[in-house]
Design a protein around this ligand. Structure first.
Ligand SMILES: Cc1cc2nc3c(=O)[nH]c(=O)nc-3n(C[C@H](O)[C@H](O)[C@H](O)COP(=O)(O)OP(=O)(O)OC[C@H]3O[C@@H](n4cnc5c(N)ncnc54)[C@H](O)[C@@H]3O)c2cc1C
Length: 431
């Protein structure tokens, strides 16, 4: 049974890994010419995603590549002294297992886990999918697949082709997000520096092994701003306008806006769809249920979604009419929870009042100062996302024994090429 996955970031490679482990034949098409290696931004893996990564045998590599950010210095706008916070206590309180890692490192680790068993088509994109599974590409010749999965992010191409325009499913969360790459990370030494004011928050962080740093900007806007997604110079102006006069540090970061090798600007948007599946097509990760970039733990959700989708397809023997609804049922609660948690996190991270600014700084200081037990209890009481990350449970979908056998969903078909040769997959060899 042949499955096409669009997107090779987080959800795509995790899905590809588990599908091949369950015996499916997988092709991944990625628009970028190669795997992105610029770092991207820092993302979080919480307990369920850590457990899945452990089953994949990649947890040591993930831990080795962790950003190493362990302290936060909060500068409330207008305050004389900053607040220093031990981040390990905050993370320890929100989840019993957590790693922060640059997205591109994570993507490479997941890609490596099954690269020998998956066909990757870089520098290409799907242009049409027929109800029968005929797929057309920008470059490659048309081919037929039994199933197609969109793992191509918040602005998913597969979703647009199958479900229609994004505006039908996206809900503006009242805030914007910008990221710049800054030269040199010296002086950060495992510290995240944040300036927090009413309706705006700016921060800078590095990663142990990257020679540069990332500046992250979050700001509120009651209405959606008038700009085209390709009009980068207008986006830069909007960002500069939103942070004008905040602090000399922030001015310095923004001085790099015209020189930065990587600039990202987008609204914080939640996707809300009644269903992620239509016919032979389904969506996974941000493409189907992004709770909002930078505020919603969406990376963990993408990993969990990919694992569950592969597991349900295997359980149903490749019958998508049973597997897709089961996948949607299993993910409904975590997705709903992460949406609520994201809105609450956005409120905390980008305070709407002076009280909120003081509350964020004092709350962080208190949790950091308390011993682990009370700190954890306090955070459980005050943050929805802590409850969510700690309570998300994922069923176990054990892959079949690695003995040679038929392909999943194709009991009559010939044994899978690599298995027939008795060669275990790279992932199997690692486990
Ligand atoms: C600035 C920023 C900060 C973030 N911070 C955090 C954070 O702190 N914590 C956290 O957990 N998450 C964070 N996120 C969200 C996180 O990056 C995503 O949730 C996660 O990467 C989702 O993975 P995904 O694979 O579903 O989608 P994506 O990572 O968006 O990947 C989509 C992939 O599809 C590819 N693609 C796009 N179009 C096509 C096409 N037409 N054809 C083929 N391929 C295509 C893209 O090139 C990309 O490789 C942040 C996101 C952003 C933008």
């Amino acid at each position: 049974m042949r499955i096409l996955v669009s997107g090779a970031s987080v959800a795509g490679p995790v899905l590809a890994y588990w599908l091949t482990r369950h015996g499916f034949e997988v092709t991944v098409v990625e628009r970028a010419p190669c795997l992105r290696k610029t770092g991207g931004h820092a993302v979080d893996l919480f307990r369920p995603a850590m457990n899945i990564s452990e089953k994949m045998g990649v947890l040591p590599r993930i831990e080795e590549r962790a950003t190493g950010t362990s302290r936060m210095v909060i500068h409330p706008e207008g305050a004389r002294r900053p607040v220093r916070v031990d981040l390990s206590k905050i993370f320890g309180a929100t989840s019993d297992r957590h790693v922060e890692i640059m997205r591109d490192d994570l993507s490479e680790i997941y890609y490596d886990a099954a690269r020998d068993d998956v066909e990757y088509l870089f520098g290409d994109s799907i242009t049409a999918i027929s109800p029968g599974g005929e797929v057309r590409f920008e470059n490659a010749a048309p081919r037929r697949f039994d199933l197609v999965v969109g793992a191509d992010g918040l602005h998913s191409n597969v979703r647009r082709l199958v479900f229609g325009d994004e505006s039908r499913f996206s809900a503006f969360a009242g805030a914007y997000l910008g990221v710049l790459t800054l030269p040199g990370a010296s002086g950060l030494d495992g510290e995240l520096h944040m300036h927090v004011g009413v309706g705006r928050t700016a921060g800078v962080y590095g990663a142990r092994h990257l020679g540069d740093a990332r500046a992250l900007f979050l700001f509120r806007s009651e209405r959606e701003l008038d700009h085209h997604h390709r009009d980068v110079s207008r986006q830069k102006k909007l960002l500069q306008g939103a942070f004008a006069g905040m602090h000399a540090d922030v001015d310095r970061w923004l001085d790099e806006v015209d020189r930065t090798p990587a600039f990202y600007f987008d609204s914080i948007t939640q996707l809300r769809m009644d269903t992620w599946s239509r016919g032979r097509v389904t969506l996974v990760g941000d493409a189907g249920y992004c709770p909002g970039p930078a505020v919603g733990g969406s990376t963990s959700l993408a990993v969990v979604g990919a694992y569950v989708l592969a597991g349900e397809l295997a359980r149903a023997g490749g019958d998508h009419e049973r597997a897709f609804p089961a996948y949607e049922r299993a993910m409904a609660e975590p997705v709903r929870g992460s949406r609520t948690a994201a809105l609450s996190a956005a409120k905390t991270l980008i305070p709407t009042s002076r009280l909120g600014v003081r509350g964020l700084a004092q709350g962080a200081r208190l949790i950091s100062a308390l011993p682990a037990g009370p700190g954890r209890a306090l955070l459980r009481l005050t943050t929805k996302s802590a409850r969510l990350h700690n309570s998300m449970t994922v069923e176990d979908y054990p892959p079949p024994p690695t003995a040679p056998g038929g392909r999943a969903g194709d009991p009559e078909g010939p044994p899978r090429g690599r298995a027939r040769d008795g060669v275990r997959s790279a992932a199997d060899r690692r486990n």
